[in-house]
Ligand binder design. Sequence first.
Ligand SMILES: C[S@@+](CC[C@H](N)C(=O)[O-])C[C@H]1O[C@@H](n2cnc3c(N)ncnc32)[C@H](O)[C@@H]1O
Length: 285
Amino acid sequence: MKFYILTFKLFIIRLTMNTLNRCNIVLPKILCERFYNLVTELSDMIFADFTCMNYGYDNGNDIEIIEEFKNERYPAQLYNYVATFGNRLNISNLDLLEVGSGRGGGLSYLTQSYKPKSSTGLELSPKAVAFCKTRHKAVNACFLQGNSQSIPFPDESFDIVINIESSHCYQHIQLFLNEVKRVLRKDGYFCIADFRDSHKLEDFFSELNSSGLKIVHKENITQNVLKALTLSSNDKEEFYKTINIPNIYRKTLSDFAGTIGSRKYNDFKSGIRQYYYFVLQKQKI
Ligand SMILES: C[S@@+](CC[C@H](N)C(=O)[O-])C[C@H]1O[C@@H](n2cnc3c(N)ncnc32)[C@H](O)[C@@H]1O
């Protein structure tokens, strides 16, 4: 029975990914929510131990990673680099909001490693939020369901907002940026990392440029992401071999995870798709 349910879920995920690749579109919010509900269900069935959903980051500096995240070193390294601005930003004692917190691993990692004053994760998929509430219940972080385009907090509630590999899903990124500016305190930071197809990069840059926040750092981290994908590829492929699914869906998993030779991996390698990291700051008016 589990075999058929898995196969069916993978079929829908494969269909969605192929359609997105072919038509180059962003899913409407309701479909995006359903897609990530499905990803969460699938993850619960086969990747129950995995709590991060990003491609990862490696810059050759081996940082100390707490035991719980040893198997998710590269995704945790992405969180570490992005939220601490490569150790230039001390997030202890800050009120931290993550928008698009997924399965909560990144926020849990940051909370345990740096002990912010408060940690809040806002996520569109109700199933992912339900997972977080159980999986990370011992962590001093709060997870809630909501939409990046209407953040359910009063003005000036946070010192830092982070957003990792989520903004490419948003239909109206300008509305999201307005919300980030609203909920940030003066001098607060917005740290965002995400990929775009190369022909959409200029749009991404001008959206951030016109956000009303000051860009204090801009970095192309595609090579660091590619290195993380390369280093983690073998372990992922070995793991996929142990799952009882038709072979064609192993390829779907490889593509979703970006293992060596997959379409996503090759797109990063050739530059068709690039991964950027920005730090923006809310200025005093
Ligand atoms: C690729 S996952 C990344 C999750 C997490 N940041 C990580 O790195 O593990 C993208 C996440 O963004 C969430 N998302 C997409 N659209 C959203 C929206 N409009 N508001 C909030 N979250 C959204 C998805 O449900 C998904 O969990």
